[in-house]
Design a protein around this ligand. Structure first.
Ligand SMILES: CC(C)(COP(=O)(O)OP(=O)(O)OC[C@H]1O[C@@H](n2cnc3c(N)ncnc32)[C@H](O)[C@@H]1OP(=O)(O)O)[C@@H](O)C(=O)NCCC(=O)NCCS
Length: 179
């Protein structure tokens, strides 16, 4: 199993079938889905399908969200990293989106920020990305705070699934200038 990123407290590796139970615990939690369209999953099978969908992206797009493992406990805590977006979103397509989603018991420990900083670094230096995008519901305080804190720049607001969202991006040149 490939480990893509190691931070002080976390490992980011490919998702595997064995993550299904923890993925189900995370994605069946209504609170986790507050800013994700309020559509939590209802069965373990849906979690298995979601993992298989991301594994297909690894092959077809060369990238997809990675499982995040807490080094101290060895536990799966959620996912983070990049998705190559092929839909049209905010009149954009064909971009790398930075995201994160964790089981509620792991919130508030700085883990999303830790994975976001490491992912940006990895995306620009190892994966040769020219630009990284981030999107968050305008009311999602935590996610907007993370995207701004790690240096993404707000470009505009747009309607996404009927809700106002902020669109952030950062080019490699801007990232290098920020350092
Ligand atoms: C969003 C999420 C990933 C944040 O994870 P986290 O590991 O708790 O985030 P961090 O601990 O790195 O905190 C990031 C910032 O948000 C703040 N924050 C965290 N939870 C918050 C809350 N409920 N309300 C307000 N601020 C909050 C933190 O204080 C921190 O602020 P700082 O950057 O000024 O220090 C997590 O809540 C989650 O998985 N939510 C469900 C999925 C989701 O919404 N994903 C994002 C979609 S855009």
């Amino acid at each position: 199993m490939k480990i893509h990123i190691e931070t002080d407290r976390l490992l980011l590796r490919d998702l595997i079938a064995e993550d299904a139970q923890a993925m189900f615990e995370m994605d069946s939690d209504a609170e986790v889905h507050t800013f994700l369209g309020n559509n939590p999953i209802a069965s373990l099978d849906e979690a298995k399908i979601n993992i298989a969908f991301i594994q297909k992206q690894y092959i077809e797009n060369g990238i997809g969200r990675w499982a995040v493992v807490e080094k101290e406990s060895g536990e799966f805590i959620g996912w983070s990293g990049f998705k190559f977006v092929t839909d049209v979103v905010n009149e954009r397509t064909g971009y790398y989106d930075l995201g994160y989603r964790f089981l509620k018991k792991y919130w508030g420990k700085g883990y999303a920020s830790e994975t976001a900083i490491a992912s940006l670094n990895h995306g620009f230096t190892k994966l040769d990305f020219k630009e990284i995008v981030g999107i968050a519901d305008v009311s999602h305080i935590a996610s907007n705070s993370i995207l701004k804190k790690v240096g993404l720049i707000k470009r505009n607001e747009f309607e996404y699934d009927g809700t106002l969202h902020n669109f952030y991006s950062l080019t490699r040149e801007e990232w290098e200038n920020e350092k």
